[in-house]
Write a protein that binds this ligand. Structure first.
Ligand SMILES: NC(=O)c1ccc[n+]([C@@H]2O[C@H](COP(=O)([O-])OP(=O)(O)OC[C@H]3O[C@@H](n4cnc5c(N)ncnc54)[C@H](O)[C@@H]3O)[C@@H](O)[C@H]2O)c1
Length: 253
């Protein structure tokens, strides 16, 4: 299996992004850990380099074009170009429709949707310059269905990730001519700090969710990392524009 040589991973300081970065590095990729959280980004890099891999940490806010550009330029200086991108940076606030403010709407939509567009617009130029490659966006099952496990849904989060699903298809069309494939992975519930690690791994949570899960466990970040690795690699060379659920069967019924 052949993977892109240099992969830019946003949100790689924590959770799914960190697991993706570690997995890709263990498979021989050089990784750009791009996150607002530099302390934890450096920790991801330290784990990669101490295992013999290659990584640099760059302070990137996906809402800020300049920070993306500067990190991409640094990656090109250090590794000679970029051949893959994983858009994993994301957040949610657990606010109901009634209480949702414009600031929260803007924050969640800007990081999850605008950030995915901005990072892809910038980094796709570098990928095109190396002759093509692959982009993977991290979406969610909540781009397809409303979950509302807390008793209310997060309309801003659903809207942002529904946007990521369609953005993935539009980018696949736009970037096909540059030999860049664009796909998305849509995780079900994964054990990370996204909302609360303690909450998602509590036995009551699995009890509440297990009707939806054909495979009755909470997902691990590594479940998502293996799908990302596949979609970045030449094993998926005839796949573009898909929104692949990795969800223990959540979306099946
Ligand atoms: N954990 C889940 O259950 C779950 C389910 C479906 C989808 N997802 C998606 O997976 C992605 C990763 O989530 P996670 O579970 O690993 O959460 P996480 O909180 O552990 O990681 C998110 C990372 O994104 C970074 N980030 C936030 N805003 C940023 C910005 N403006 N610029 C750059 N980096 C920024 C954070 O610093 C953090 O390192 C998100 O897009 C999320 O929507 C998570």
């Amino acid at each position: 299996m052949k993977l892109p040589r240099v992969v830019f991973v946003t949100g790689a300081a924590s959770g799914i992004g960190r697991s993706v970065a570690m997995r890709l590095a263990s498979e021989g990729c050089a990784v750009v850990v791009a996150d607002t959280d530099v302390a934890n980004g450096e920790a991801t890099c330290a784990s990669i380099t101490s295992a013999g891999g290659s990584a640099i940490c760059q302070e990137v806010d996906v809402r800020d074009r300049e920070s993306i550009r500067s990190a991409a330029d640094e990656a090109t200086r250090r590794f000679g170009g970029i051949t893959g991108l994983v858009n994993c940076a994301g957040l949610v606030t657990m606010t109901s429709l009634d209480d949702l403010t414009e600031e929260e709407w803007d924050l969640v939509v800007d990081v999850n949707l605008k950030g995915t567009w901005l990072a892809t617009q910038e980094v796709a130029r570098d990928i095109a310059a190396t002759g093509g490659g692959s982009v993977v966006n991290i979406s969610t099952v909540e781009a397809e269905v409303v979950v509302s496990s807390t008793g209310h849904c997060q309309v801003h989060y659903n809207a942002s990730k529904g946007g990521v699903k369609m953005l993935t298809k539009a980018l696949a069309v736009e970037l096909a001519g540059a030999s860049i494939r664009v796909n998305a992975v849509a995780p079900g519930p994964i054990a990370t700090n996204f909302v609360s690690l303690e909450g998602i791994t509590a036995p009551e949570t699995l009890e509440k969710l297990k009707d939806r899960l054909l495979i009755p466990r909470i997902g691990e970040p590594e479940d998502i990392a293996s799908a990302v690795s596949f979609l970045l690699s030449d094993q998926s060379s005839w796949i573009t524009g898909v929104h692949l659920p990795v969800d223990g069967g959540w979306l099946t019924r």
